[in-house]
Design a protein around this ligand. Structure first.
Ligand code: F6R
Length: 374
């Protein structure tokens, strides 16, 4: 059932091109760029009148939500709040009745996420679920579901469900943008065309990054701590890289926004600390290039303090490879789609480090696949 792979996690990492294809299929037109969802009990007019979105989720799904905020705000120009589902109902939140609730959950059975959804509904919001399990509790409460067609996820550490959530969020952001008139037809078509190229680009990452990550694991598997840095939409991916490493290898890891380093965490840097920096850019996007340049200076701050940088960069970026000890390359794509490619080397790095340390990759200690108690 592991289809020749040593672990479910590795199998599921390798299933991501298909998971993304299946999450996109039938929902976008490659001729017009239009996005379709037929699974909503919310009218197009209600979507047009939506004043904001509250996302609630836990763990890896919360990281997807943080990335989704960038997608929805940028494409649909709608304000988005992202909450930990476990915190949401304890602060007597004030959702606007014209706001929409968005729950992101692989299992659809996470107790905290169900509780947040009930709170949203009780306060008058309609809710939408991005969920991998048809018929699960969250989908039954929701006025609409976007199913992530990642297929069953067995490994406790979430991988393909996460990239499928990012895909669903991207298409949902574009759907809202089209209804609200915040993207042109040309832009829609360009975005959908780029989305359709992601599975093939993922295949390329899987082909090239596995070897690199295996070698890096050999060098870094005895590290005591790890830092993961990113800026903008890449920051949630840094958080996800850190979570993957913690949960399966038991190495202490933290994700940080690159620009916050000088406000404290720089004090941690020494020659024993591996720092994974997501330093990608979309050259056609000035705000992405600006962010990248700022991240380059953050890398220099780390190397000046003898920190050991592993950069995730766009292939052919010689500026980065001259600056750092190790580079893992990914193909270029639109800024909002880069996270789907960036997370794969981070998953593989965590996987190979955990295997080297003799950890039970599919069944990490103290964790359950779905957390049905609060
Ligand atoms: C991490 C992981 C957990 C889940 C979290 C939410 O790899 O799997 O952090 O993401 O427990 O679970 P779902 O998405 O099922 O609500």
């Amino acid at each position: 059932e592991k289809a020749g792979y040593k672990h479910f996690m590795l199998k599921e990492i390798n299933e991501q091109p298909r998971a993304i294809r299946d999450t996109t299929l039938g929902r976008v037109s490659l001729d017009t760029g239009k996005v379709f969802f037929d699974e909503f009990n919310i009218s197009e007019d209600e979507f047009r009148k939506t004043t904001g979105i509250t996302i609630a989720a836990c763990g890896t799904s919360w990281h997807a939500g943080l990335a989704g905020k960038f997608m929805i705000e940028r494409l649909a120009r709608l304000p988005v709040d992202v909450d930990y589902a476990s915190e949401y109902r304890y602060r007597d939140p004030i959702p606007n009745p014209t706001d929409l609730g968005l729950l992101i959950t692989q299992s659809g059975e996470t107790a905290d996420t169900i509780a947040a959804q009930q709170e949203l509904i009780a306060k008058g919001s309609k809710t939408i679920a991005i969920c991998n399990v048809v018929g699960s509790a969250v989908t039954r409460l929701a006025a609409g579901t976007i199913t992530t067609n990642a297929g069953p996820e067995i490994g406790v550490a979430s991988t393909k469900a996460f990239s499928a959530q990012l895909t669903a969020l991207f298409t949902f952001a574009l759907y809202l943008a089209q209804l609200r008139g915040t993207v042109t037809d040309e832009q829609s078509l360009a975005l959908v065309t780029e989305l359709a190229r992601i599975p093939a680009k993922l295949e390329e990452v899987l082909r090239t990054a596995d070897d690199v990550c295996c070698k890096l694991a050999k060098e870094f598997s005895t590290a005591r701590d790890f830092l993961f840095l990113g800026r903008g939409i890449h920051y949630p991916i840094a958080l996800e890289g850190a979570l993957k490493l913690k949960e399966i290898s038991y190495i202490h890891a933290e994700g940080y926004p690159a620009g916050e380093m000088k406000h404290g965490p720089n004090a941690l840097i020494d020659e024993t600390l591996p720092v994974v920096v997501i330093a990608t850019k979309d050259p056609s996007d000035p705000s992405s290039v600006l962010k990248y340049e700022k991240t380059l200076s953050n890398i220099q701050e780390v190397t000046a303090r003898s920190g050991r940088v592993i950069a995730i960069a766009i292939e052919g970026d010689h500026e980065i490879s001259q600056l750092v000890e190790h580079t893992i390359c990914i193909p270029p794509t639109h800024e909002l789609l880069l996270p789907i490619l960036e997370v794969v080397p981070l998953q593989l790095l965590a996987y190979h480090i955990a295997v080297r340390r003799g950890c039970d990759v599919d069944q990490p200690r103290n964790l359950a696949k779905s957390v049905t108690v609060e």
